[in-house]
Design a protein around this ligand. Structure first.
Ligand code: ADP
Ligand code: MG
Length: 556
C-alpha cells in the first residue's frame, strides 16, 4: 500500500486540490497503518486529520511502560513528544502539549499498541496538488517517525525517567489526603516561570524552594525515595509577605499542582489535591440559580440569593458564585489570591462596619466563613493576603515569604490576632441542570471549537473561560466541550440527577479502565478527529456554569 500511495500522490501532482479526497481511508504500510480520516477541501481550510496505528510488535514497549494507567499516560505523552521532535520541519503536526502531562487524543496506548493522531496541511501550488511534497510527508517523514518510536530506537533511559517522574508526582498527590495535607512543595523546586507568557522554568536567577523547618515533611515516593519539602496542612493557610516576594508565584504553583509536570519543569514534585480549585472574582460572568446565600443576603433588588441569577455578576457576587459552584462540583480545597479577588468579599474592617452595618451590607465576608467551611465541611483554603491582617484571626498556619523564602510566622501572627465570631456555613444547594439547555449543535451539527485559551464555542454559544485559570492546555478547552456533550448524550444530565451526580458519572466514564486502555480520551473523542486533552471535572463544571444558555430545573 505504501508504494501504491506514493504512486498515487505522484499521479495527483498538479491535479485540482479536491482530488486529495480520494486519499480517505486506510493505507497499510506493512509496519503500521495510516488512516486518512478527514481531508481538507482547500489549502486554506483547517488541516486534514490522519491516524497512525503502530502495532505492539513494531513498537515493542515493555509491559511496565504501559500496564499501569499512570505510566501508560506518561509513556504515551513521552512518545508523542518524541514524534513531535522527529516531525520538526514537516507539515505533519502532532499535539504534544506543554509543561503538563495530560491524557490527550494525539497519543494513546491500548494493549501495547500506539495510536497517534496528527494533522497535516496537504501541500498545494495554489489550488493544485503538490504531489511530490505530499509524497515526502506520507512516504518519507511518516515512516521515519514510526521508526523513531520503536522502543529500541528510543532513549529508553529518558523514557523511563519521564514515566518515573510522572508516577512520583501522581503518587505524591494521592498520598496528600492520608498525610492531612492539601499540598506539598518539595525542597529544591523551581516555582517561578521564565515570563508571564511562558510556562517554562525561570533560568539561573530562580531561588530554589526551601521549606521552613516547622512545616517540613518527608514523603516516600516510588522512584525519588525520601523527599523533603513543605507540607501545606488542611485547614486555613495564609500566605503573607511584602509585594514582589513570591506569594502569587507560590499560589500559581499550587494551582498547577493538580497536574503532573515534565522532567526539568521545576514543579515535578509540587502536588496539590486533585480537587483543588482556584477561586477568583470574575466580574461580568453569568450566574444561573447558584446558591450564594452563605455570602450574599438582602440584595437591594430583593433577589433570592439561594437561587441567585444574573447575566452580569459583580466582582463580589461572581466570586461568591465561583466558591459555591466549586463546592457543588466537589472541591475540598480552595486557592485564593488577593490579586484576583473582590476586596469587599474578602474582608471588612471595623471602621467600615461602623459606617455601613446591618441590612445595608448584603455581604458576609469570606474571613467569617473560611473557618466554618473547614470545621463543618472539611474544605481547606490556601489564601494569599499581603494587604490585611484580618485573616490572622482565622488562619491555622501563616507562612511568610521573604525574598522567595518561606518562613512559618504562625506564632507571631497569632499574637496579633483578634477574637472573631464566625458565621456558620450552610453548604450551597445542589442544582439539577436542564439537559435541553446544554446543546453542542449549531444548525444540526456538533460545533465544539476554541479561540485561543479564552473562548470555547459550544453549539451556538460562546463560553468565556478566562476565569478558569486551571485550564492550562488548549486541548483541554475542546475536552471540556466534548465532556459537556457526553454528559448530555449519555444521559448523565437527565433532568433528575444533580450536577454533582452527573460529574461523578463523567468521572466514571472517563476513568482509564485497565490495559484495554479505552481511557478517557477514547470515550470523549468518539466521532471527533481533532486534538483535545481530557479535562478535570472542575473545569467541565466551570464551563457549564458559564454557559449563557444554562437552565436549572431544581435545587436540592
Ligand atoms: P507577590 O505576589 O508576592 O507580589 P510574585 O509571586 O508575583 O510576588 O513574584 C514577584 C516576582 O518575583 C515575579 O517576577 C516572579 O517571577 C519572581 N519570583 C517569584 N519567586 C521567585 C523565586 N523563587 N526566585 C526568583 N524569582 C522569583
Ligand atoms: Mg501577588
Amino acid at each position: 500500500d505504501a508504494d501504491r500511495l506514493a504512486e498515487e500522490l505522484e499521479r495527483m501532482d498538479g491535479a485540482s486540490y479536491g482530488r486529495y479526497k480520494s486519499l480517505s481511508g486506510d493505507w497499510d504500510f506493512g509496519d503500521f497503518t495510516l488512516t486518512v480520516e478527514r481531508v481538507q477541501a482547500d489549502p486554506f481550510a483547517p488541516p486534514s486529520r490522519i491516524a497512525v496505528h503502530l502495532p505492539a510488535d513494531l513498537v515493542r514497549m515493555p509491559e511496565h511502560a504501559w500496564r499501569d494507567p499512570v505510566r501508560r499516560r506518561a509513556t504515551a505523552d513521552y512518545l508523542v513528544r518524541v514524534a513531535h521532535r522527529k516531525l520538526k520541519g514537516a507539515r505533519l503536526r502532532i499535539d504534544a502539549g506543554g509543561q503538563q502531562v495530560l491524557e490527550r487524543a494525539s497519543g494513546r496506548i491500548a494493549g501495547g499498541d500506539l495510536l497517534l493522531r496528527l494533522g497535516i496541511e496537504l501541500p498545494g501550488h495554489g489550488r493544485r496538488i503538490d504531489g511530490r511534497a505530499a509524497r515526502r510527508e506520507f512516504c518519507d517523514r511518516l515512516p521515519e517517525m514510526a521508526d523513531a518510536l520503536r522502543w529500541e530506537a528510543l532513549d529508553t533511559a529518558e523514557a523511563e525517567r519521564f514515566a518515573d517522574t510522572v508516577e512520583d508526582s501522581a503518587a505524591l498527590r494521592a498520598a496528600l489526603p492520608g498525610l492531612g495535607l492539601v499540598a506539598f512543595v518539595a525542597d529544591g523546586s523551581v516555582l517561578p516561570r521564565a515570563s508571564g507568557v511562558s510556562d517554562r522554568p525561570m533560568d539561573g536567577a530562580a531561588v530554589p524552594f526551601a521549606s521552613p523547618e516547622e512545616l517540613r515533611t518527608t514523603v516516600s515516593l516510588p522512584h525519588a525515595g525520601e523527599v523533603s519539602g513543605m507540607g501545606v496542612p488542611e485547614g486555613v493557610t495564609l500566605i503573607v509577605g511584602g509585594g514582589f516576594h513570591g506569594k502569587s508565584t507560590l499560589l500559581h504553583a499550587l494551582e498547577r499542582g493538580v497536574y503532573d509536570h515534565v522532567p526539568g519543569d521545576g514543579r515535578e514534585l509540587v502536588a496539590t489535591r486533585a480537587d483543588a480549585v482556584k477561586i477568583r472574582a470574575e466580574e461580568g460572568r453569568r450566574v444561573e440559580r447558584t446558591d450564594v446565600s452563605a455570602f450574599v443576603r438582602n440584595l437591594p433588588t430583593g433577589a433570592d440569593t439561594s437561587r441567585f441569577r444574573t447575566a452580569n455578576a459583580s466582582g463580589s457576587t461572581s466570586q461568591a458564585a465561583n466558591i459555591a459552584e466549586a463546592l457543588e462540583a466537589g472541591s475540598a480545597a480552595l486557592l485564593v489570591d488577593e490579586d484576583t479577588t473582590a476586596t469587599n468579599l474578602m474582608i471588612r474592617d471595623a471602621r467600615m462596619q461602623e459606617l455601613v452595618h446591618g441590612d445595608r451590607e448584603p455581604l458576609t465576608p469570606f474571613v467569617d466563613l473560611v473557618r466554618p467551611l473547614h470545621r463543618e465541611h472539611g474544605v481547606s483554603t490556601v489564601l494569599v493576603m499581603g494587604g490585611s491582617g484580618d485573616y490572622f484571626d482565622v488562619a491555622d498556619r501563616v507562612v511568610m515569604l521573604d525574598a522567595y523564602r518561606p518562613y512559618d510566622v504562625t506564632e507571631r501572627a497569632r499574637a496579633l490576632a483578634a477574637q472573631r465570631t464566625d458565621a456558620g456555613f450552610a453548604p450551597p444547594a445542589h442544582r439539577v441542570v436542564d439537559p435541553r439547555s446544554v446543546d453542542a449543535t449549531a444548525r444540526g451539527r456538533t460545533r465544539i471549537k476554541r479561540r485561543d485559551m479564552d473562548v470555547l464555542t459550544f453549539g451556538e454559544s460562546e463560553i468565556d473561560v478566562r476565569g478558569l485559570t486551571q485550564l492550562v492546555d488548549p486541548g483541554q478547552l475542546i475536552g471540556v466541550g466534548l465532556a459537556m456533550r457526553l454528559m448530555v448524550e449519555r444521559g448523565l444530565l437527565d433532568g433528575r440527577r444533580t450536577l454533582a451526580e452527573a460529574l461523578d458519572g463523567l468521572d466514571r466514564l472517563l476513568a482509564d479502565d485497565g490495559d484495554g486502555g479505552s481511557g478517557g480520551a477514547a470515550v470523549l473523542g468518539r466521532g471527533h478527529s481533532g486534538d483535545f486533552a481530557v479535562p478535570r471535572r472542575h473545569e467541565v463544571a466551570g464551563a457549564l456554569n458559564r454557559l449563557r444558555t444554562l437552565a436549572v430545573l431544581d435545587e436540592r
